[in-house]
Design a protein around this ligand. Sequence first.
Ligand code: DC
Length: 204
Amino acid sequence: MSAPFTIAIDGPAAAGKGTISRAVAAHYGFEHLDTGLLYRAVGAKVLLGVDPVQAAQRLVTADLDSDDLRSPEVAQAASKVAAIAAVRAALLDFQRSFARRAGGAVLDGRDIGTVICPEAEAKLFVTASPEVRAERRFAELSAQGTAISRAQVLADVKERDARDRSRAEAPLLPAKDAVEIDTSEMSIEAAIATAIAAIEARRR
Ligand code: DC
């Protein structure tokens, strides 16, 4: 079995973390965990009336499969439950053991390089301007058939950023040793190549 190698990819909503993480995981043959899905799954249960801490403690992998987790309502609910310390605590062990699995792991989220896996071998902090991120999210939601205006998507992105950055527990911020990649002006291919080059620099 090969030694653990963790790649932590953090950043705000719709900055390109998911696309970059999937491509990086495929490139290295590592497993990938989108940690936002954990908070989305808890948020979705809260929208159905479940207590957030109980939802987090009882979460099972099948809960992560639903397409409904991608909706704007669930995204806002996820950002709200993510500010609750006991919710974050309930999700910690699963993320930590995934991060240190044999064979290598890529995790994307908000606090992977700072809280979940400060010992990660490579850390990236992926950003883009709120306008660019909102435009990308708007295109994604429109392609899914979700009826929402550009202005609403931008307002949602800014609201989620503010909440994710200002919370007391594990706020969104770059780890000291993270490489920052601003994808505002980059193609997907360029962003992936920049990420892989930054990881290669850490592997040497
Ligand atoms: O990455 P995403 O948009 O799917 O995340 C949804 C919400 O979950 C996000 O607004 C904040 C929260 N989140 C978090 O607090 N920590 C993580 N590691 C991942 C997501």
